[in-house]
Design a binder for this molecule. Structure first.
Ligand SMILES: Nc1ncnc2c1ncn2[C@@H]1O[C@H](COP(=O)(O)OP(=O)(O)O)[C@@H](O)[C@H]1O
Ligand SMILES: [Mg+2]
Length: 228
């Protein structure tokens, strides 16, 4: 089991009032799964992603990542686990504007302490894997949106994470480019990568093998996707 969430709750305090955003979430995700988390705006998707991605801690409940209870770790220990185990892909790519594709992809390995030569080699291999061999020295403003997202995906894979977590990965892309990114996700999943995609787009969600639907901080439904 890669991820096990037990009765996860998140309460924000605003102006003296407690607002429950996650109200008792139970999720288990195995290695190699491809899961979409869907739900209307405000249902708690990003809050849940921040907890799964070790960017935030639950108010209560248990979160086991690779059988380790990470819910109570210190900030620093949590950051280390995050850098090692989680690859993030965001709607707006979040690339370093002044760095080229290769430098963007190597960055997570710099923090992880990988040697320069190995960093460069691995980043080059990943960029080739996502179809950007010819663009390794292009900066983000010299790349299309779809190419930038593929750089972001290569960067997310740099430290060989246990899971790749994508929040609205096609939200800033046109339909055709979005489909190309989803095709790449599907290939990576077939190669064994564990994928969690957060989306409000049904077509994107349907590419996954399982859809977990949130509403008002609770799981509304959970169902396998039937692919023809
Ligand atoms: N830091 C915060 N402080 C207070 N309320 C928050 C905070 N973050 C999110 N919320 C509230 O939690 C609810 C769920 O937000 P979010 O997880 O971003 O939902 P989604 O990603 O599904 O749109 C919303 O009502 C939002 O206003
Ligand atoms: Mg959100």
């Amino acid at each position: 089991m890669v991820i096990q969430l037990q009765d996860i709750r998140k309460v924000y305090t605003m102006g003296g009032n407690d607002v429950a955003v996650l109200k008792g979430i139970n999720i288990e995700i195995d290695r190699g799964e491809y899961v979409a988390i869907m739900g209307p705006s405000g249902s708690g998707k990003s809050t849940l992603m921040n907890i799964i991605g070790c960017l935030d801690k639950p108010t209560s409940g248990t979160y086991r990542l690779n059988n380790q209870d990470v819910g109570r770790l210190e900030r620093k220990a949590l950051a280390q686990i995050r850098n090692k185990e989680i690859g993030f892909v965001f709607q707006q790519f979040n690339l370093m504007a002044r760095s080229d594709a290769l430098e963007n992809v190597t960055l997570p390995a710099l923090y992880a302490g990988m040697k320069p030569q190995e960093r460069k080699e691995r980043a080059g291999q990943l960029l080739s894997r996502v179809g950007l061999t010819a663009q390794i020295n292009n900066r983000p403003n010299q790349l299309s949106g779809g190419q930038q997202q593929r750089v972001a995906i290569a960067r997310a894979l740099m430290n060989r994470p246990s899971i790749l977590l994508a929040d609205e990965p096609t939200g800033a892309l046109d339909t055709r480019t979005g489909k190309e990114v989803m095709n790449l996700f599907e290939e990576l999943n077939q190669e064994g990568l564990t994928l969690i995609v957060i989306t409000h787009d049904q077509e994107v969600g349907d590419r996954a093998k399982r859809i977990i639907r949130l509403r008002d901080g609770l799981i509304e439904t959970e169902a396998a996707v039937v692919h023809n």
